[in-house]
Write a protein that binds this ligand. Structure first.
Ligand code: FAD
Length: 467
């Protein structure tokens, strides 16, 4: 008997006024009872539109049915058939514009909480493995005699490496940072994605026999040509889009101005939030301006609040409806006391006599008619200049791929946005044997798309090596 409730079973969360002072996960996850209750809202419809909405086509009704029946491990295994990182995707995928947007229950009420259930089954599984009640992954024999180099250990690289290893290839991941995981460890904060989950995924990868070499900047420490000489037969470039963009306004070089990339890396990877245990603090002061309206801006603003800033402003030149951030992140930011300065655009950052930020000058904007892409362009309201007093400014207006690898690899073409050009859906680049996928090809996008690209490339690499 299906649960007729029009409302998604609420998920327990930390109180906003408590969580905005700590870095523990916001959402506490479903209990078994709540998960079964939510799973029984799925009506198991025949045409399964939710599956079409999922970029990796998780068999959603099937796994949800297993949750409703209380067979959580089988439900987990079902998600794993097409999604290698369900604990991550259940937490960070924009379900509201993918699977849940197409859910039939969403027509007359809330969609089924597919993301919440995906996260639930993954968490139950990890708990079982941790307590030794079920076995994790096993080492796969390297039978093919072929060596694959994966550059970058974000979701694209992790998935490609795992799949290549499962196909019997000898895989080495080269990562520039000292910790593997890509944006999952250096970008998305602990309160949205606990790093222990990513660590578990990396450990599983190692158990499959994948070697991970950190502090290795391909294009600088070693080139793809060097690796070819070392005997690597195929390559996957999953180096992401970590090069920050600037606004090009006066004052961007003042002390107290960060790119979101630097700010979040200092907090997540260098553990600024654990000061004084870690001697790498970030002093944000009392008032912080974050420029941008995506997930990155929300993460930076919510992190700044947790570091102790009283006033944290999101400065965004369009309205809230146009914000690219996930609805849930915007909602959580409001709850935590982030101040939204919408239809507002910075024109300069102001410093004191010591070149330390003391304010940000902004203008008001208004939205015009939609352009060819359907987006309403903002235009400046004349004479609306005003100053917001802040001690820190964080620029979160987007990023693009670093040119290092294309610049040091003969024949590897990029498009005008600096993204690596691919000749096939599986990510074959302009050089035979070199594949690419994730943000380095699409520009800044999503975890699930990066994973999908890693998976597709692994299959093509296997065919290239064995065909
Ligand atoms: P990345 O995750 O960027 O990984 C690339 C890796 O390659 C990095 O570890 C990097 O150090 C390494 N690398 C780069 N150059 C080299 C080199 N020359 N040699 C060796 N290694 C190199 N997406 C969502 O779906 N939901 C969200 O909620 C969400 N929130 C986000 C929040 C933030 C703060 C950010 C920055 C992004 C967010 N995204 C979100 C986007 C998502 O994280 C990315 O689309 C995804 O991580 C891209 O995966 P990737 O594997 O292509 O690259």
């Amino acid at each position: 008997m299906s649960n007729q409730s029009k409302i998604k079973t609420p998920i327990p969360e930390q109180d906003p006024n408590i969580r905005n002072k700590n870095f523990l996960e916001v959402s506490l996850g479903y209990t078994q009872e709540l998960a079964k209750e939510e799973a029984s809202r799925c009506i198991q419809c025949k045409n399964r539109p939710c599956v079409e909405g999922c970029p990796v086509m998780v068999q959603i009704p099937e796994f949800i049915k297993l949750v409703a029946e209380g067979d959580f491990e089988s439900a987990y295994q079902k998600t794993l058939e097409t999604n290698s990182l369900p604990a991550v995707c259940g937490r960070v995928c924009p379900q509201e514009t993918q699977c849940e947007e197409l859910c039939v229950r969403g027509i007359k009420g809330d969609a089924v909480g597919i993301g919440r259930l995906e996260r639930f089954v993954a968490d139950v599984h990890l708990d079982e493995v941790e307590h030794g009640r079920i076995e994790g992954v096993k080492l796969v024999e390297k039978t093919s005699g072929k060596k694959v180099a994966v550059i970058g250990s974000g979701p694209a690289g992790l998935v490609c490496a795992a799949d290549c290893a499962k196909m019997g290839h000898d895989v080495t991941v080269f990562e520039a940072f000292h910790t593997p995981g890509g944006v999952l460890v250096y970008g998305i904060p602990e309160f949205r994605l606990p790093k222990v989950l990513v660590k578990d995924e990396i450990e599983s990868l190692k158990k499959l026999g994948v070697k991970i070499i950190t502090n290795m900047v391909v294009g600088k420490t070693v080139t793809i040509d060097d690796l070819k000489e070392e005997g690597f037969n195929a390559f996957f470039i999953g180096s992401g889009a970590g090069l920050p963009q600037f606004m090009g306004i006066p004052g961007e070089n003042l002390n107290g101005v960060y790119t979101s990339n630097e700010f979040l890396t200092r907090i997540n990877l260098m553990k600024a939030y654990l000061f004084p245990k870690y001697a790498t603090p970030v002093n944000v002061g009392n008032s912080v301006a974050v420029v941008g309206g995506g997930n990155v801006a929300m993460d930076a603003a919510r992190s700044a609040k947790r570091l102790g800033a009283e006033n944290v402003y999101i400065i965004y030149r369009r309205g809230e409806a146009e914000m690219p951030a996930r609805a849930e992140e915007i909602h959580h930011a409001h709850e935590e006391g982030i101040i939204f300065k919408l239809l507002t655009n910075p024109v300069s950052i102001l410093g004191d006599e010591n070149n330390i930020v003391k304010g940000i000058e902004c203008v008001e904007m208004e939205l015009g008619e939609p352009d060819a892409s359907g987006r309403r362009s903002p235009t400046e309201k004349k004479g609306s200049n005003h100053i917001i007093d802040v001690e820190t400014v964080i620029i979160a207006i987007g990023s693009k791929p670093n040119p290092l690898i294309p610049q040091t690899t003969d024949g590897l073409s990029v498009n005008r946005k600096g993204c690596i050009e691919v000749r096939s859906e599986e990510g074959l680049t302009t050089v035979d044997g070199i594949y690419a996928g994730g943000d380095v090809v699409t520009g800044a996008a999503t975890v699930i798309l990066a994973m999908g690209a890693g998976k597709a490339a692994a299959k093509a690499i296997d065919e290239y090596l064995m065909g």
